[in-house]
Design a protein around this ligand. Sequence first.
Ligand code: GRF
Length: 220
Amino acid sequence: MPGPFRIVVLASGRGSNLQALIDAIVSDVLDAQIVGVFSDKPDAFALQRAQAAAIPSLAIEPRLFDSRAAFDEHLFTRIDELAPNLVVCAGYMRLISPCAVDARRGRLINVHPSLLPAFKGLRTHAQAIAAGASVHGASVHYVTPELDGGPVIAQCVVPVRPDDDAESLGWRVLSREHPLLIATLGLIAGGRIALVDGAVKLDGVPLQIPLQLPANNVFA
Ligand code: GRF
């Protein structure tokens, strides 16, 4: 029998997505194991969350490397030592070099706070408000060399209210982003979602549109 599904998390800051995953695993909502947490920021609160949960964690500082590629080679060598099934970028605010991404197609995902392909990059909540969007949300997608451009697996949608500012909208998205990531990881860990020839397949069938997180937070 195979062991638990092994996840490595990359995080640059607060780590609320990491905490949501830790809590989901402890409470048996998600059948997986976080085998390591890595950060490009030594003071990332995510590292403290990992330590509190007795998960091996490591900060690696980009300034100690000559290039992005050299940093990523070192980072992913350390990650590969843990033999993860999947690497999850959860608030990891650093571009990953194309060669590191290409070597891990289908085994590297990111959670992004917008309904991709809308509002790539930073300050997505402010972007959504400035654009007059009536709905906003979050996406979990496979990482490709194109920033926030890889095939989208699943999304959650929230309304944009007339009195929203970026902060209030951001909290609403985050409250749905956590269950979105947990439910999506459940499908991947269960072997139901895979990236095949550049397309996301659910139970072997290509998705026509990203999965939409239901109100009960469980994909059928
Ligand atoms: C999340 O909104 C994530 O989608 C984005 O950065 C934020 C990180 O939050 N990429 P946290 O560090 O998980 O609390």
